[in-house]
Structures are given as structure tokens and as C-alpha cells.
Design a protein around this ligand. Structure first.
Ligand code: AKG
Ligand code: FE2
Length: 349
């Protein structure tokens, strides 16, 4: 057993339990009625209700019959394995820095503790428009550009193809979520022109001290919605809403794990809430996962939707600018700070 660098060590109250319970009851939802809606409107109604209660009770669910071609997913998984198998020197050729925020890095901090992982980030829109400055008064816009590695050479193409699949599935899920909130089906579409969505390839190497460190420390996803592909190793834990216990999401081959992000919490005025989750590592097996983070345009002002607030249910959040939030987060996750990074509760009324 080796030792881990103190930067990775979680405070005692946040350390994982090595014997864990597997989540019974994380809803498994069959999405086929969404694509066959003309044929069976009552099946679509049932699906919308299932999505609504999963968002309300869990903030997490899994989907099958999601329409994403399996070979597209397999190609990205293979490319990720090959990429992370390259030498550090090769990976560092596409390393992110304070200016080039996309690419490879292995020093992400969640809540100021270093994560036991290495990642490769790429955005869906090339280039992605974002604010140039963290300063709220500065309106300048800049671009994020992807940094594609030379090896493996096919990585770029398969990632771009997969990104299209993810956007399609995400918008379909947003239609179902809109219906479940009593909104017009396409209510959310306007936010995704010039989207800032991105995909992350995650590699969690075996860790000599899985009781002290985490692959990703406890956090909520700050975007709209996350679509996660995990391999068969397992390690994702969700803080169950009903009792606050950490429970593990059992890997289901070819399914996707969906979770509500902070922006759905704000838009829905807390009808739905984003839920804390974290990733355990283990001493024997490496693990790979691929989250897609659905994010709106940088110029989106995020606030409870007017249709969902009234005198009896006033807005629980003040509007905030997504682009400024995003670049502030990117900046703070890059280095260890002495202060908490930006959170939606800072905008609570
Ligand atoms: O790897 C996983 O299972 C989840 C990763 C995650 O929660 C994240 O990157 O936000
Ligand atoms: Fe997450």
C-alpha cells in the first residue's frame, strides 16, 4: 500500500465508507414512448409522469432505449482508454491552463480537495462563446477552442459524433422535463442556441487509499442536466434525498444515468432539486466514465421561470448570468483556493 499526497485527503466527515449500500429504487426509465409518441399518447403521458417523479424524489434516474447508437459510445470509450494510456508527456501536449480551459488535466479540486482522477474536456460548440472576464461589468466575449490530441487519431471524430448524440438526447429529456412541469414541450429550447455544453472523459486510476481520497469529492452539477455513461466498475454514489444516506448507482450496461443540475433547480423554483453525488475509487481497478454537461448560452440569465412562480410561490432565486458563473467555476476548480467557489445558494432570495 502506497501513501497518497495530503492534497487528496478528505476531511474525516467526507471520507467514503468502504462497505456501501447499492441504491435500490433509483428509477430506471424506458424512453421508447418518447420516440413513438404518435402511436401511443397514453404511454407518453406515463413516461412524463415517471420523469417528473424521478426528478422530484431522486434528482437522479437511469434511462434505457435512449436512441444513442451503442457503437458510438463504444468508440468514445475505446478512444478514452487509449488516450489516458498515452505517456504524461503526450497528454500534456493538450494540457489545459488558465487560458486554454479545455483539454487534459489531472489537478482538479472539488471543494478545495484534489480529485483522484485525470480528465479530458471538450466542448460541443466549436468554438464556444463565453465571457472574457470574471468582472460582472465587463461585457467582452471570448472563445473556447478544443485541443484535440494527435493520439489516438480517431478520438476527435468519434467525440464529435458522440457530442451530437448527447445534444439530441439531452433536448429530448428537456422536452419531457418541460411537459412534467406543465410547460410547453419546447420551453427550454431557446436557451441552447450557442450552448456552452461540454463532455468530459474521466479516468480514475486505482488508488492506494480509497478510504481517504475520492475520485470526485461531493458536489452538485452546476449545469442544466448531466448524462453520464459509466463503465462496469462502479463508484458513483448519490446522497439519497429521503434519508441523506450515500448510496451507490449500480452500473447497468448501455444505460445512461441522468441527473438534474442546479439550473433546473432554479428554473423550476425548486420543484426539482439537484442532488449531491461523489465518486469512490478502489485499490484494484481503474474506472472510466463520460459525463455530458448540458449548459445554456453564456448570455442566459438564470432565474425561476415566470410560469412557475406566483404570489404563493415567489421566486426563490435572483437572476444570475450563466456565463459569469461558468467562467468563475472554471477558474476556481483549476487551483486550490481558500474560499468556497461560487454556488447557486449565493443567489437565494
Ligand atoms: O464519474 C462519475 O461517475 C461521475 C462524475 C461526476 O459526477 C462529474 O464529473 O461531475
Ligand atoms: Fe457530477
Amino acid at each position: 500500500m502506497g501513501e497518497v499526497d495530503p492534497a487528496f485527503i478528505q476531511d474525516p466527515e467526507h471520507r467514503p465508507k468502504l462497505c456501501f449500500s447499492e441504491a435500490e429504487g433509483i428509477p430506471m426509465i424506458d424512453l421508447s414512448p418518447s420516440r413513438e409518441k404518435e402511436k401511443d399518447p397514453s404511454a407518453l403521458d406515463r413516461l412524463v409522469k415517471e420523469i417528473g417523479s424521478a426528478c422530484k424524489e431522486w434528482g437522479f434516474f437511469q434511462v434505457i432505449n435512449h436512441g444513442v447508437p451503442l457503437d458510438h459510445r463504444h468508440k468514445v470509450e475505446a478512444a478514452a482508454r487509449e488516450f489516458f494510456g498515452e505517456s504524461k508527456e503526450e497528454k500534456n501536449k493538450v494540457r489545459r491552463d488558465a487560458v486554454k480551459v479545455l483539454g487534459y488535466y489531472d489537478t482538479e479540486h472539488t471543494k478545495n480537495v484534489r480529485d483522484w482522477k485525470e480528465v479530458f474536456d471538450f466542448s460541443v460548440e466549436e468554438p464556444t462563446l463565453v465571457p472574457a472576464s470574471l468582472d460582472p461589468h465587463n461585457q467582452d466575449v471570448t472563445h473556447w477552442h478544443n485541443q484535440w490530441p494527435h493520439y489516438p487519431p480517431y478520438l476527435r471524430e468519434v467525440c464529435q459524433e458522440y457530442a451530437k448524440d448527447m445534444v439530441k438526447l439531452a433536448l429530448e429529456l428537456m422536452e419531457l422535463i418541460a411537459l412534467s412541469l406543465g410547460l410547453p414541450q419546447k420551453r427550454f429550447h431557446e436557451f441552447f442556441k450557442d450552448q456552452t455544453s461540454f463532455i468530459r472523459l474521466n479516468h480514475y486510476p486505482p488508488c492506494p487509499s480509497p478510504h481517504l481520497a475520492l475520485g470526485v469529492g461531493r458536489h452538485k452539477d452546476s449545469g442544466v442536466l448531466t448524462i453520464l455513461a459509466q463503465d462496469d466498475v462502479g463508484g458513483l454514489e448519490v446522497k439519497r434525498k429521503s434519508d441523506g444516506e450515500w448510496v451507490r448507482v449500480r452500473p447497468t450496461p448501455n444505460a445512461y444515468i441522468i441527473n438534474v443540475g442546479d439550473m433546473i433547480q432554479v428554473w423550476s423554483n425548486e420543484a426539482y432539486e439537484s442532488v449531491e453525488h461523489r465518486v469512490m475509487v478502489n485499490s484494484e481497478k481503474e474506472r472510466f466514465s463520460i459525463p455530458f454537461f448540458l449548459n445554456p448560452s453564456h448570455y442566459t440569465m438564470v432565474e425561476p421561470l415566470e410560469e412557475l412562480v406566483n404570489e404563493n410561490n415567489p421566486a426563490k432565486y435572483k437572476p444570475y448570468n450563466w456565463g459569469k458563473f461558468l467562467v468563475t467555476r472554471k477558474h476556481s476548480n483549476f487551483m486550490k483556493l481558500d474560499v468556497e467557489n461560487i454556488q447557486i445558494y449565493h443567489f437565494k432570495v
